[in-house]
Write a protein that binds this ligand. Structure first.
Ligand code: ADP
Length: 612
């Protein structure tokens, strides 16, 4: 075996090995088209090396010409594969140039079989012996070049232009290494092999031609880049697994479950953690109806409305619902997600996370229960403050009932009595009794321990009810009450007892502030106004006002300036108003004294789901 045989055989076997590796990669991953094209280029190179070996070992001109003819078929495979490889791998290059390369090369393959002895020689008249790497080889003599070779040459130079153009685009994108290693090596090697072939055929240089050896260099550069990509992908996969691991740990720590819902197939995918939250088995197939069945009946429709018909303008959604587990336990789940659209802008899936917030809800319930207890205690305590007024309020109708009853007795003692007068007396008794029972009912409600029960309320009526209870007490303190109530207010959404308590707190504070000798005259003003979606109630006094800068501090729990004060009235009032979706704040009036404003949203007839 001579050296030339060794070199061409090595080039062929190296190319075949690369072709096998990348062919296998493509076989396992059918969308890896760059690997398939690389495998084809490598197979073509192996075939070309075989043809070149046959050329230098040809025993006759016929064998020599045939070997060149088949070498042109191998070159066709290599050039087309390289062109499409560059296009796919770089995602760049002009399409018309690519098709020009393909057309020219295919046409030259046709010319290869149809004109002259092959694409390169019209005629080869004889062979002589030459030498290559110190060994004897066949060299053609008295040859006539085939002018159609120009088409083949053009195809290669068109490919060089195409590759350079695509490499410039990749370079500009910032991927300079890829542009130089792959683009640069392909362009240089193509140019060299085209020049060598042309010079060889024109007899300007000595045979043999070695394009296959050039292409092996290109394969090495391309293989290096593909291998680097594979290594990068492997590293990314490792990083991804690590991130997934971290995410799973974090999700487990905070009871978080991931899910997605495909609209077209109506199918849920979810993590095991999410399935466990709803009591679903890990293998169970889930669709929307099956999922909704697991929810509390009261929350199903609301959740369905939120999930279906995604609004393209509002791609995010947030909701809370209760789920009833198969063992009868109830859990609160908070979910939020985002709609995903395909490239045509069609909503395809909803992807989101859910978190178990049962313990938060339980804490809310406990806090609310405590707040109710404190509120109740404060109500009982504040009733004590205006009890003298209340006693008077009750004494009045009772005295009236007594005196009317005594008068009736006197009338009845006479034989002749006026039935009309008796009727009037009885009517007065009924009215006085009603007044007394109104007062008692008001007290009973205030003394009762109540849960939060929002209903539609008339804010003006609320103010008047509270004033009725407190009127005598206020009069006893020398306080004049003024009301500026806007008529035809919309209803507000509130709990009657809780809002009465807020007003009582504010009025008691106002009357405390006005009981200082300096503040005269004592005027308590209650106002109601309506603004976009809310009703605002204000309680103003002519007291000493709030010390400057303390407008927020007074709402802090246990902040008091009164010797017997608890400092809980305002903080409790604020939390009540906030639970109603409103605001409570204070400011000093320019004319003196403080004013407290409280806003409550309008009643919209909605069903309340936020309050447990
Ligand atoms: P308490 O009445 O038990 O002190 P509150 O929370 O109701 O508790 O009030 C906290 C403090 O806010 C009061 O001690 C007082 O200093 C101040 N304050 C409340 N209302 C007024 C008001 N109308 N004018 C001036 N200061 C007020």
């Amino acid at each position: 075996m001579n050296w030339a045989t060794v070199v061409y055989s090595m080039a062929a076997s190296a190319s075949l090995t690369l072709a096998l590796i990348h062919g296998f990669i493509w076989w396992r991953q059918r969308d890896a088209w760059a690997n398939l094209l690389f495998a084809l280029a490598a197979m073509g190179t192996a075939a070309l090396a075989g043809c070149e070996l046959a050329i230098i070992r040809a025993a006759s001109t016929i064998q020599f010409a045939a070997a060149i003819r088949w070498a042109n078929l191998a070159a066709w495979v290599i050039i087309l594969s390289l062109a499409w490889f560059v296009r796919l791998y770089f995602r760049a290059g002009r399409t018309w140039l690519l098709w020009t390369v393909c057309a020219l090369r295919t046409f030259s393959l046709f010319l290869n079989f149809m004109t002259g002895q092959n694409l390169n020689y019209r005629e080869i008249t004889g062979l002589r012996h030459g030498s290559f790497l110190g060994e004897a080889i066949s060299v053609p003599v008295a040859t006539v070049p085939n002018p159609w070779m120009l088409v083949g040459q053009l195809s290669i130079w068109a490919l060089v232009v195409f590759v350079v153009d695509a490499s410039i685009t990749v370079w500009r994108r910032g991927d300079r290494r890829r542009a130089v290693v792959v683009g640069g090596s392909i362009a240089v090697v193509l140019a060299l092999s085209a020049a060598q072939t042309a010079l060889l055929v024109l007899g300007k240089i000595q045979p043999p031609g070695t394009p296959s050896l050039f292409y092996v260099v290109v394969l090495a550069a391309m293989g290096y880049e593909l291998a680097s990509d594979a290594l990068r992908a492997a590293q990314l996969a490792r990083d991804l697994r690590a991130r997934e691991e971290e995410l799973t740990l974090a999700a487990e720590a905070v009871s978080l479950g991931f899910w997605s819902w495909e609209f077209a197939r109506n199918e849920f995918w979810a993590t095991d953690q999410w399935r466990a939250m709803f009591g679903f088995a890990t293998t169970e197939r889930l669709d929307l109806d099956y999922f909704l069945q697991r929810l509390h009946p009261d929350d199903r429709e609301m959740t369905r409305q939120t999930l279906v018909k995604p609004d393209p303008k509002n791609v995010r959604y947030q909701t809370q619902y209760r789920t009833l587990l198969p063992d009868g336990r109830l859990r609160w789940i908070a979910s939020q997600g985002r709609v995903e659209f395909n490239e045509n802008g069609k909503a395809v899936r909803l992807r989101g996370v859910s978190v178990d917030i049962t313990h938060v809800k339980q804490m809310d319930l406990e806090v609310q229960a405590h707040r109710n207890d404190v509120a109740h205690l404060l109500r009982v305590a504040s009733l004590g403050e205006f009890s003298s007024g209340l006693a008077h309020e009750l004494k009045q109708p009772l005295t009236s009932i007594l005196s009317n009853a005594q008068a009736a007795e006197l009338f009845l003692a006479n034989d002749t009595y006026d039935l009309g007068q008796i009727r009037d007396i009885l009517h007065d008794i009924v009215m006085a009794d009603r007044r007394a029972s109104d007062v008692i009912n008001g007290l009973r409600l205030l003394l009762k321990k109540n849960e939060f029960q929002p209903v539609a309320l008339d804010a003006n009526q609320l103010i008047e009810d509270v004033l009725k209870l407190m009127n005598n007490d206020l009069m006893g303190r020398g306080i004049r009450v003024a009301t500026e109530l806007t008529e035809d207010l919309p209803s507000i959404r509130g709990d009657r007892v809780q809002l009465q308590q807020v007003l009582i707190n504010l009025i008691l504070n106002a009357s405390d502030a006005m009981c200082r000798p300096a503040a005269h005259p004592y005027i308590l003003t209650l106002r109601s106004i309506w603004m976009e979606g809310i009703v605002q109630i204000s309680v103003a006094d002519t007291g000493g006002g709030i010390p400057s800068g303390a407008e927020e501090k007074i709402f802090a729990p246990y902040h008091t300036t009164k010797p017997q004060g608890l400092g809980l009235g305002l903080s409790l009032s604020r939390s009540i108003v906030q639970a109603h979706g409103g605001r409570l704040w204070a400011e000093n009036q320019a004319t003196g004294g403080a004013v407290f404003h409280c806003t409550i949203p309008e009643w919209k007839g909605e069903v309340d789901l936020k309050q447990p």
